[in-house]
Design a protein around this ligand. Structure first.
Ligand code: ZN
Length: 1149
């Protein structure tokens, strides 16, 4: 066997690994290149017979914790370093004025930088703040950390139809128990959801010793649920026919059907083993367990007369409505709350849905008081809180193992671990559906978009295994001859292992001699478990020179800091703040593996109407400035000494950063240029022949005479007109062309904006957007209140994992193909997504369409290949594979959907739509598409029932509430306080968001702080986003990924106010606070730890806003209570649900 015998010209790789055949040498062959990175990657070289002498895994490199920034740094620059060294190209004279007192001090109550640890990006309850750790993008493949054949054999399931009844097994929804399935003639493919125990916790797969059988203790037991559940509703004694505001009235909302008999065990084929039938599980959404249901039914019934639909009729019994039904509408089938369309008519007493606080555990408690009549009971409509809670309870306890095709992962709001056994982790890829229609006609009929939200460089929690780096030497990765797909677990080896058939295009390719391996009796290569690319869903290949630009291995990337030094930037203290910060931050540039220092070089530019370049060569005693005032034709006035190694030029850089604030302290220049700044950075990278990132700190609309000069074209009068789209479009194509040049060079732009007025984010954002960069915006930046947020964002942005010069391609198996892409990137053709830079927070959403028929047997495959340059200049390929099921029954599609991902896709689709269509058109299209999705389900999957019923698929029961949030968002329906720049900014942000981010952005998390248990690490149970859920006596926290609001009710106990704010009364609470005071009492500590925890979960530092009830800021807060009617005209959840129902009925009639 000749593996790993090739010589290489790359940098040294990996450590000597005893026992690893062919891997005795420290370098992976050949000579090391100057500046080549040392890495911790143990190369994964070639087939090994087995793991000999396992070495403990060495996954994460030591924390690169950012230094504590707790103590103020003196901002007084050393006057001995006065700018006179600068020579002829002198900057404006320095004033020597002392820095603003607040310049470097930190507000009390701030949290340490360590909160940016990323292990917890996955929602759920995060670990407490810890020193920042930045795991490497990939990790060595070491025997000890590899999946062991033993465990894999026992758990890895062959793809294919699950054993047992396919239909039964295919049912995949944790959480719904519908017992009447059989009786009500469910549609094929198992609409009857058995009362399934948590998917992850309940699989006692045959042959697998890894799973702990579900135990009833993992959730509230549901004994005799079926018996206990009422089957029909009580009459509606007091109901009257609504005469006004019909939409707000209730159509019949009935409780979910009881689960009788837990029909066939409906397990997803995912775990590969049939589940025990009729296992009692936790209460399911909508189920009543000896008391009011703890969650919302997903079937909302409304009275039949369509004419009255816009307003809900009185009529049928509905949950929450009490009283006898109007004579004209006696209770009848079709008015019950249904689940999944899987049961028919139910009558009988219905539990009260009354007063109990939704989401509160109500198990066993007596029904609450009846709600007021004439109003649709919000507690009876599907609750996001309950769905999130149920998924957490059901799926948070066991790891999500990716060995089986088409498994729907736990929700993004559930904290779970992932074990890669052949498919990419949901942290890398999430799909709108994991079971896709076999034909294009079916797909069209359902209108469910088929899309994948891909985050190729996602950060993993420390407990999870990073992708292994595989080195095939000079021959590079093994690929299909025809479609060029990379070797992956789904390739079929044939002819004794001499050839393999491509799982994407079916082409047969010779196995290269060095890659040959024998097959075992099952046809599997005997080195299957030794090779990540054969057994794992995600891994990396070291790229050969063929994958490099100009057939040359890349140089390490560079970071260029470009600071606006115009009047506003200087006066606000921003320039001084940035310079002070950079002095320490530069020691924390991204490093690869165990490298001692970062390979990234740095450069500095300041600018207003002209640009100042700095020579910070290590041999200089002092930095030198060179001014370029001809901004029309930008060039870089110096090559040698502009981009330097931080350690080598440490003193010169420090000196420069001390002097910049002084040099411009007295500036009177208010005008700025912008495009020439980007051009300068681009030219510098070109000259250095490397990729890199520009960090631009900018304050104003660039009105100075220069290319890319802009004018103020903001015009709110355009809102709601056909010209509204122009507000989102760039005002000149100049930046599009510039972006294209940047992408070609691998020049990524991150933009930090500090506007005091309109600065045209839509135009300034073009280059960051198309280069894969980020935009941060701090409107009306004030040092005291905003510096901490800005500095945290900057630190994280500088340190985060990023790949450069990236190209991503998504290959698919025959029958579907990627047709559309959303995200921050550039495309020069129809298949390749190009990003000058791609960081660990960015996602690319890919939509698929059919181009042929798919088969249930073979399913569908995706392979996402990302070619990029690491922060040390290493060229790599990261591969993510995902296999999906295919179905001939629409019910299977609806059962395997993920609404959070669907919303992520729909929001991006709509946010792109506003560039070309009137906003109203976009909104209507969204509503229409969702109505079609739900109508198709109703028509084809739900059991026959009255047309008056609103029946929602279990997996999509939150689609209406979430869709309404998208429709009401600032981009699609701006309130008066939302600026044009805000809208462009949000549009940009959302486009790159992952599913967890869109989830909390559109439906914020609302936590009752006063209910928090100060003795536990847990968060208080979230509540629904509606004003009626707020109590005047409590304090709440609301977060959406960008802001954290702390809302204080007028009747909050004085002691709580004292403990949290350190003042003695409600009226004394200052809403100017940007942090909570640090007070030594349990409540203060608890609340601050919650805030820190939330900050640690988000990719941006959230702005903290204190809101007092009945204060003017409360309007802003209420904007985020998304279940309520909004001031800008957005519908309440209840109203919108009724509207959707009407739309669906129209489609069905
Ligand atoms: Zn192929």
């Amino acid at each position: 066997m000749s593996v790993n015998q090739q010589t290489h010209t790359g940098p040294p790789y990996g450590q000597p690994q005893p026992g690893y055949q062919g891997f005795q040498q420290p370098a992976y062959g050949g000579q090391s290149l100057p500046g080549a990175p040392q890495s911790q990657y143990g190369a994964y070289n070639g087939p090994v017979p087995g793991y000999q002498q396992p070495v403990p895994p060495q996954g994460y490199f030591p924390s690169l914790g950012f230094p504590s920034k707790g103590s103020p740094v003196s901002l007084n620059s050393d006057t001995s370093l006065a700018p006179n060294f600068i020579g002829s190209l002198r900057a404006p004279p320095t004033s020597g004025a002392p820095p603003p007192a607040s310049g470097a001090s930190h507000p009390s109550g701030h949290v340490a930088y360590s909160q940016f640890e990323h292990g917890d990006v996955q929602n759920g309850i995060p670990a407490s703040a810890a020193p920042m750790q930045r795991p490497p993008a990939s990790q060595p493949f070491l025997p000890g950390s590899a999946p062991t054949p033993v465990s894999q054999i026992s758990t890895f399931q062959q793809y294919g139809p699950p054993p047992g009844s396919v239909q039964q097994l295919r049912n995949h929804m944790a959480g719904m128990t519908i017992g009447s399935t059989a009786a009500s003639a469910p549609p094929p493919a198992g609409l009857g959801y058995a009362s399934v125990p948590p998917v992850s916790g309940s699989v006692s797969a045959t042959g697998s010793g890894l799973y702990t059988p579900y135990s009833a203790s993992q959730g509230p037991p549901l004994p005799s649920v079926s018996q206990a559940l009422p089957v029909a509703q009580p009459p509606f004694p007091g109901q009257t026919i609504p005469t006004q505001r019909l939409p707000a009235q209730v159509p019949g909302f009935t409780p979910p059907p009881p689960s009788t008999g837990v029909g066939p065990s409906s397990y997803p084929p995912t775990t590969g083993a049939p589940r025990p039938p009729a296992m009692p599980g936790p209460p399911l959404p909508g189920q009543t367990v000896a008391g009011p249901p703890s969650s919302q039914p997903n079937h909302v019934s409304s009275p039949p007369p369509p004419s009255a639909m816009a307003g809900l009729h009185p009529g049928p019994p509905m949950s929450g409505l009490h009283g006898p039904p109007p004579p004209t509408h006696p209770p009848q089938p079709g008015y019950q709350m249904q689940q999944n369309g899987s049961f028919g008519q139910m009558r009988g007493p219905q539990p009260n849905y009354g007063g109990a606080y939704p989401g509160a555990p109500n198990y066993g408690s007596p029904p609450g008081p009846p709600p007021p009549p004439k109003r649709l009971d919000p507690d009876s409509i599907p609750s996001p809180i309950q769905v999130i809670e149920d998924d957490r309870n059901n799926r948070g306890s066991e790891p999500f193992v990716t060995g089986v095709r088409g498994q729907v992962p736990p929700l993004v709001t559930t904290n779970f671990l992932v074990k890669d056994q052949g498919n990419a982790s949901p942290r890398y890829i999430r799909c709108t559906s994991y079971n896709i229609p076999c034909t294009s006609d079916m797909a069209k009929q359902s209108q469910v978009p088929l899309a994948a939200v891909i985050k190729p460089l996602a950060t993993l929690p420390p407990e999870e295994t990073l992708p292994y780096l595989v080195d095939h030497g000079e021959s590079g990765p093994v690929r299909c001859n025809r479609c060029k797909a990379y070797m992956c677990p789904f390739m079929q080896f044939i002819e004794g292992g001499r050839r393999f058939q491509c799982c994407f295009c079916s082409c047969v390719t010779e196995v290269p001699p060095h890659y040959f391996q024998h097959l075992d009796h099952t046809g599997k290569r005997v080195d299957f478990y030794d090779r990540p690319e054969l057994s794992l869903g995600s891994y990396e290949f070291l790229a050969t020179v063929d994958y490099c630009k100009n057939n040359k291995f890349p140089s390490p990337p560079a970071f260029i800091f470009m600071i606006d030094v115009s009047y506003n930037a200087v006066k606000s203290g921003l320039v001084r703040l940035i310079c002070e910060e950079l002095k320490s931050l530069l020691d924390y540039l991204p490093r690869e593996g165990n490298m001692e220092e970062s390979a990234i070089r740095v450069g500095f530019v300041t600018y207003n109407k002209v640009l100042h370049f700095y020579n910070v060569k290590s041999s200089l005693a002092q930095p030198q400035m060179m001014v370029v005032s001809d901004v029309a034709d930008m060039f870089v006035p110096l090559l040698d000494g502009f981009l330097v190694n931080v350690n080598e030029s440490r003193t010169v850089i420090a000196s420069l950063l001390d002097q910049i604030p002084e040099m411009f302290a007295d500036t009177r220049e208010t005008e700025t240029v912008f495009a020439p700044v980007i051009q300068a950075g681009l030219e510098a990278l070109k000259a250095a022949e490397c990729a890199g990132k520009l960090f631009i700190f900018h304050t104003s609309l660039p009105i100075a005479e220069a290319p890319g000069k802009l004018k103020n074209r903001d015009d709110r009068k355009l809102i709601n007109t056909d010209k509204e789209k122009t507000l989102f479009q760039p005002q000149t194509s100049f930046y599009n062309n510039l972006a294209k040049d940047c992408v070609a060079q691998g020049c990524c732009v991150d933009l930090f904006l500090f506007p005091n007025q309109y600065l045209d984010v839509a135009t300034l954002g073009v280059v960051p957007y198309q280069t894969g960069g980020s935009i941060y915006k701090y409107a009306y930046f004030q040092l005291e209140t905003d510096q901490y947020r800005f500095l945290n964002d900057l630190r994280r942005d500088v340190q985060k994992e990023v790949g450069f010069d990236a190209v991503m391609r998504v290959r698919t198996s025959t029958g579907i193909r990627a047709t559309d892409f959303f995200g921050a990137f550039y495309m020069s053709n129809t298949t390749d997504v190009e990003m000058a830079g791609l960081d660990c927070d960015k996602t690319i959403t890919v939509e698929f369409k059919h181009d042929d028929k798919l088969s249930e047997d073979s399913g569908a495959l995706l392979q996402c290949a990302l070619l990029y340059t690491s922060c040390a200049g290493q060229r790599r390929l990261r591969i993510h594979n995902l296999s999906l099921n295919c179905c001939t029954q629409l019910a299977d599609l609806y059962r395997n959907c993920e609404t959070d991902t669907l919303i992520n896709y729909l929001a991006k689709y709509a946010y792109r739509g506003v560039l070309s269509s009137p906003v109203k058109t976009v909104r209507d299209a969204l509503i229409n598409q969702c109505a079609q999705i739900l109508a198709c389900y109703r028509k084809n999957c739900a059991s026959p029932s009255s047309a008056g019923q609103l029946i929602l698929p279990e997996c999509m029961k939150l689609l209406p509430v979430y869709l309404n949030c998208v429709l009401k968002s600032d981009v699609l329906q701006p309130g008066p306080e939302v600026t044009t720049d805000d809208r462009a900014y949000i549009r940009h942000l959302v486009t790159s968001m992952d599913v967890a981010e869109t989830n909390v952005f559109f439906y914020p998390r609302l936590l009752p702080l006063t209910k928090a248990d100060v003795d536990s690490d847990s968060l208080p149970a979230a509540i629904r986003n509606s004003e009626e859920r707020l109590s005047k006596g409590d304090i709440y926290l609301l977060e959406n990924g960008l802001n954290i609001f702390v809302w204080v009710g007028v009747n909050v106990q004085q002691s709580l106010i004292q403990n949290l704010f350190g003042v003695s009364s409600f009226s004394q609470i200052s809403n100017a606070l940007s942090t909570l005071p640090v007070l030594e009492n349990p409540f203060s500590k608890k609340v601050r730890s919650i805030v820190d925890m939330l900050q640690g979960q988000r990719s941006r530092y959230m702005k903290l806003i204190i809101v007092k009830q009945e204060d003017k800021l409360e309007m802003l807060f209420k904007h985020f209570l998304v279940e309520d009617k909004s001031l800008s005209g957005g519908a309440s959840y209840v109203d919108f649900l009724c509207h959707m129902h009407k739309e669906i009925r129209q489609l069905l009639s």
